[in-house]
Design a binder for this molecule. Structure first.
Ligand SMILES: [Zn+2]
Length: 251
């Protein structure tokens, strides 16, 4: 339990350090602006989605996802999971997978658009990585996302703002701010509930009749045997809706 919990908490904590750097830099951008950190935006199918930072600027709404990771980062727009490669002391690379941050930010923006019901201004997706990681061959295909390092964020957003010009009136900015501020600074209780929701998605749901169902799609869980990889031959639980649903559970 503990290790799964850690997987979700420590990047957030690390993220906070990165967010301080982001505020400091974005405060230098010319024009009217406001910060809305840690927004918990309701999703239409229930639950919430957490946006690290909404940067309201006269040039539009910047939805910023901060990843203060180290190591080498591999991935592209179509891959569900990206890989973080850490060089260990013994020279053996440790690999970790994390959900495609572009898809993650698309979920954020979608929830925000649903909430605001307003497309009279642009929304921008920014994924910002820590300076102590190296992005390797990250391929962006749709042109909908900006992927950069903390170091270049100021430059990147300034350039975008200059190119787009003014897209939000003072009145509109005030309106958006007062609406969104209600979703920021979530209480510890709300934060805990959000972490619990995320964690719950990784455990089977035990039905009253003792069968297990998938926490992500509601499908039946069935025992399967791993064919390849280091776990070849081992049994795990897979979703009966595979390949539509990729949920797996190792006891
Ligand atoms: Zn499933």
């Amino acid at each position: 339990m503990r290790s799964i919990y850690n997987d979700f908490v420590s990047p957030e904590e690390k993220g906070e350090i990165g967010e301080d750097i982001i505020y400091r830099d974005l405060a230098r951008i010319k024009g009217r602006k406001a910060f809305l950190p840690n927004c918990y935006i309701p999703k239409h199918n229930g639950g919430t989605t957490e946006i690290d930072l909404i940067f309201l600027h006269e040039s539009g709404v910047y939805v910023i996802e901060s990843k203060n990771y180290s190591g080498w980062i591999f991935g592209d727009e179509e891959q569900e999971y990206w890989t973080q490669c850490l060089q260990s002391v013994g020279g053996i690379a440790a690999k970790k997978q994390f959900y495609n941050p572009l898809w993650q930010n698309e979920i954020h923006i979608y929830a925000l658009m649903e909430l605001l019901q307003d497309d009279t201004f642009p929304y921008y997706s920014y994924i910002v990585f820590g300076d102590n990681c190296e992005l390797k061959n990250i391929r962006l295909t749709s042109g909908n996302h900006h992927v950069t390092y903390y170091e270049y964020l100021l430059q990147d957003i300034s350039g975008n703002a200059q190119q787009m010009g003014r897209c939000l009136s003072n009145e509109k900015m005030d309106e958006l701010y007062s609406l969104l501020v209600k979703f920021t600074d979530a209480s510890a209780e709300q934060k805990a509930r959000h972490i619990e929701e995320v964690r719950a998605k990784h455990y089977p749901i035990i039905q009253p009749d003792g069968t297990w169902t998938c926490p992500q799609c509601g499908g039946r869980l069935v025992p399967r045997v791993a064919r390849q990889g280091s776990g070849a031959g081992k049994t795990f639980w897979g979703c009966s809706n595979y390949p539509k649903c990729h949920f797996i559970y190792n006891e």
